[in-house]
Design a protein around this ligand. Structure first.
Ligand code: GRF
Length: 212
């Protein structure tokens, strides 16, 4: 089995999209082995429980220093022996030691077409507020590998979404989730699980599907 650990902080609709694709057979050989949240109240943990997936909380509040929290997070990840770590709305800065331990094995979903509307301060609804303030006509979502920079790792998949007249950040956020995030995040997991994604000089290459 290709073992996936999913890190979450909130509602977990992206987690749900992965669970649904595993269930409907779209991701053969893939299993979600653990969901880790930094927030005990995250609805994503309920989604994990409902799907029979182990959920654990590692909250910074429970640790005296950031270093101790980082160690606990790394431990919680390692215990799951993941082949891939998926950040699905995980709002915590990923400890460098985790990135070093899992090079090109951590992916993140970002709700814009990187390099637009990414980097410092660009998370959650802010991304869509900035897109609307700039007046772009197309936005979208990006799945990328996580490196030590902010939203700067190799891009795996992107999907555009139209901005419509009268959009609010909330309406646009929902459209980007439905039309892009929930589609490309499971798809990227499938491509990686099939061994089709390689990285060369910061650029990913996606090999065609093997025949037969
Ligand atoms: C999504 O918009 C994702 O792009 C961003 O955080 C949000 C998480 O939503 N990184 P959910 O918890 O998956 O519903």
């Amino acid at each position: 089995m290709f073992r996936v650990a999913v890190l979450v902080s909130g509602g977990g609709t992206n987690l749900q999209a992965i669970i649904d694709r595993v269930k409907d057979g779209s991701l053969p050989g893939v299993g979600i082995v653990r969901v880790i949240s930094n927030n005990a109240g995250a609805y994503a943990l309920t989604r994990a429980k409902n799907a029979g997936i182990e959920g654990v909380t590692v909250s910074p509040k429970e640790y005296e220093t950031r270093e101790l929290f980082n160690k606990a997070l790394l431990r919680a990840v390692k215990e799951a022996s993941p082949d891939l770590i998926v950040l699905a709305g995980f709002l915590v800065t990923i400890p460098p030691e985790l990135i070093r331990e899992y090079p090109d094995r951590i992916i993140n979903i970002h709700p814009s077409l990187i390099p637009s509307f990414c980097g410092k301060g660009c998370y959650g609804l802010h991304v869509h507020e900035k897109a609307l303030a700039r007046g772009v006509k197309v936005t979208g979502a990006t799945v990328h590998f996580v490196n030590e920079g902010l939203d700067s790792g190799p891009i795996i998949l992107q999907k555009p979404v139209a901005v419509e007249d009268g959009d609010t950040p909330e309406i646009l956020q929902k459209r980007v989730m439905e039309q892009a995030e929930w589609i490309i995040l499971p798809r990227a997991i499938g491509l990686i699980a099939e061994g089709r994604v390689s990285v060369e000089n910061g650029i990913t290459h996606i090999a065609p599907k093997k025949q037969g």
